[in-house]
Design a binder for this molecule. Sequence first.
Ligand SMILES: [Cu+2]
Length: 220
Amino acid sequence: MARRLPLLFLLAAVILPAAVASADNPRLVATVGTGDAFVITLRDANGNPVTHLDPGAYDIAVRDVSEQHNFHLRGPGVDRATALEAAETVTWTVTLTDGTYTYQCDPHASVMHGSFTVGNVPPPPTAVALSGSVGPRRTISVRDAYGKLKTLPAGPVVLTVSDRTKLDNFHLTGAGVNRKTGVAFRGKATWKLTLRPGRYTYRSDKHKTLRGSFTVTAPA
Ligand SMILES: [Cu+2]
């Protein structure tokens, strides 16, 4: 009896911390390559696809059941993958923090991928709608919701250009941007642009005096 106790303590000390950790952590199940299909999934304990998680430690049971596919998880503080050449069932304990995580099968990432967010992820800035216009008379303008555009903070915009004349075009230049309609073109164009701090100029390439500008300031 006296000789067995230390052994029990030793076993408990080795086994218990791991057992307790995995009992406490929420469990996720990653599966890739069932029947060699080009399918990759990450599900929660209820079988629902993972789209958003609270920050914390998780146990991910990874079932990589194919020799053609693997499971690769990447995101803030995490970069782990199963071997491509072998089927493998493992459990990873990972700590997830605020941000976006992606998972993929490395050789087939274009068709086998997914992502989820953890904690507070700032939403992407919404694009500001702008309208540009040239013609039918010799006029050119860029307007926002309030009128003729003079300044706006840096960020994404969607600029819808109405080119109403075959005698002029609409040409926007500035930091990172050089877009134009054709002089003979008449119609609409929609440009998704990211504007950076600085001065942007729009003009007709046919009549140099037909021009205007606006200023982009540092992000709000
Ligand atoms: Cu694959």
